[in-house]
Design a protein around this ligand. Sequence first.
Ligand SMILES: *Cc1c(COP(=O)(O)O)cnc(C)c1O
Length: 389
Amino acid sequence: MTNQNHSFDTRSIHIGEEPEYLEGSNNEVVVPIYLSSTFARKQVNNHGRFEYSRTSNPTRLALEKRYASLEQTRFGLGLASGLAAETLLLFTLLKPGDHIIGFDDLYGGTKRLLNQWTAQYDLQVSLVDATRPELIEKAIQQRTKLIWLESPTNPLLKVCDIAAISEIAHRHNLLVIVDNTFLSPYFQNPILLGADIVCHSVTKYIGGHSDVIGGAVMLNDEKLYEKLKFNQNALGMVPSPFDCYLVLRGLKTLSLRMERHQSNAMAIATYLENHSKVARVYYPGLPSHPQYTLNRTQASGFGGMVSFEIKGGEKEAVQFLESLELFTLAESLGGVESLIEHPALMTHASITKKERELAGIKDSLIRVSVGVEDITDLLKDLDLAFEKI
Ligand SMILES: *Cc1c(COP(=O)(O)O)cnc(C)c1O
């Protein structure tokens, strides 16, 4: 039977799916998709292991065990989407009047949640440049409850010092949440660096095949886990058994995929950095990245996301994007297929041009989610598109 002493690659295939994982099972090698919404009981006031699938479901339970194992935490929760995971955390951890500090380059949907949705609950939010931990400490107020981080961020791939910020937070009795979507548990485990809670958009690398929307929360604190589990059931933010099955399946190749995403991304970042039509490349794996050394100390890899500024502006960027044949012009990231997009016109169009400029998101910026295709084919496609501008 697999246990936590086995390596990541072994755990990502086996944990939660041991054939004997359920009493009375048929020793299936792959956990079945338990579609039943409800479970029969023998006695009125005594239900068995499962009662009702919103509360807990055998397929979801298998996945939750694996989530906890991969982030090396005691507990894991499966949610209906990355934003459902974030909403559950905000609902559970905050009261009206509380204050949150967030990284100023957070995922657009997280910013929308923090900036727009929180207003009606009288929550205060300060977004600061977390690449400078002293700015986080300066932003702490009487009512501050938590610090919300990503590393690296989207789309500028900024890296923050998770251990240093966690140390500041704990001195002030604050909780640190890290959205670990971009590196996945394969390359980074924020809890081991001192963070309190990790969340993921499972939709991205963990699922890995652009065919499921899901979210996850991992943590060690048992009391907090019980509260989150209670609220997840009370608020109804659960994934379907079929979605859980897809994620269990996707996770089996997480390490293989991440290695290939990364080697392709490194080749593309290096190619772009040497291209005459490129003004600037953002990739934490390039020694030119401002937090290259920090990322190397807190993570075992750099991931598969690369952003770059094309020389010229919006016109050149659009021309380039529409000339590509292999890279799919689409939002989202983390799937086996390469996706490319224009943050100013697509993922970050909901924030004003002025805000975008302040954040450093130029009209010439292009973001690539590098897939696991053959690198020669990917580079050839980029070459042909550059020739057209
Ligand atoms: C996509 C994404 C989310 C939101 O997740 P959904 O599954 O789309 O709800 C949150 N954080 C990051 C970093 C993301 O990329």
